[in-house]
Design a protein around this ligand. Sequence first.
Ligand code: HEM
Length: 411
Amino acid sequence: MTSSTTPMTEGLPPLGSPEFAADPQRHYAWLREHAPVAQTRIDYGPVSQPVWVLARYQDCRAMLTDPRLPRSPGDGSAMATGLPEHIRMVSQESLIMKDGAEHKRLRALVAKPFTPKMIERLGERVRALATERLDALVGQDVLDLRQEYALPIPFTVIAEVVGVDEADRARFQLGVAAMLSDYEGTREDWDAKIRDLVDFVRELVARKRAEPAEDILTGLIQAEEDGDRLSEDELVAMVFTLIVAGYETTFNLITNAVVTLLDHPEDLARLREAPEDTALWRSAIEEIVRFAGPVGGTKPATAVEDITWYGQTVPAGSVVIPLLGSANRDPAVFDEPDRFDITRTPNHHLGFGHGQHFCLGASLARMEARVAVQVLLARHPAITLAVPRDELAFEPMPLWTRYQQLPVHLG
Ligand code: HEM
């Protein structure tokens, strides 16, 4: 390594900028080699904040269990200070921003329903939803698979799991899309859309209190009423977390899976012939998460003391993010990390995080992606891209690997 870990890494475009999104892996490779601990900026919608990033696998993994790097010391990380109150609340009250006993309590409450039985039951639902979607697309020659297939399946799954009634889904989807993708409008527009979504979730909580149903939200409300103090804000934040964590991620995983398999036709052909619930499919999905996982970094941590890596001191109070997308291509851990290998074992990637915040929905996400891709390939074995490969572009979203669109001929 050279010691070019300067306080502000010169020449590195901010995370979230179009320049970074044009080729994240090139920037990750540069960081791993030259500046494994680097200071940069992260642009998120209207907010731009300085952050420190870690690019090497071992450092990323270690920081995710390092007590010097908790999620939310005091009144919240610097990342949240530029945000309006209603947005800060859903972020700060989420289990993803909590540590220790508080995190344990919230996680235990929400983890209960995520059993293997639930995943198995949902498998049939995902298959039915995928089939319905493809039925609805019959006759369309060219379509955006991201929008028309990858997105509605996990959206419906998470809406049903959480307990958003069908009549409310359109409003809900608009709000979620604004929160996650709409940076076109002014800062005020953005705030207003998020506020509407928070209001909607509050109304939903009130409704479930009045009319309990068989869903996670009702379960969380009842847990609260049994004496476990889940405050109103915590309930709202939990719903937000499940939606963002469960839908945004999974639809991008399905999209990225299709792109990656179209890029590797021999693997695609091999999988198409393989029985559906096999080790090969499971290792292929794991490799897709490593190679093209949608989540490029975790939520930020804040250093509670000065921490020195490679002679570079990160001062107490700094915001630090492990770059999971970089860790997963670290040649110190993965043989030929830029080679897509559906049989790769072991494959201890960090695509679902690590430590106490390891993705709660990992089994659900793996199953949804597997079934969605299987149903697609079984029905449309000759699927091809409808644009030249180099026209598929990533969205300039910090820490996400998501394509703007995925035009295909279903064949
Ligand atoms: C946490 C990735 C799907 C629920 C995480 C984390 C990652 C991740 C990297 C750690 C975040 C951090 O440490 O800051 C993914 C990916 C998915 C996916 C790549 C799909 C492709 C899901 C689904 C659900 C879910 C389907 C739920 C239905 C959660 C929750 C957390 C989490 C609740 C926070 C856990 C905690 O703080 O204890 N996920 N996720 N995720 N994920 Fe997922």
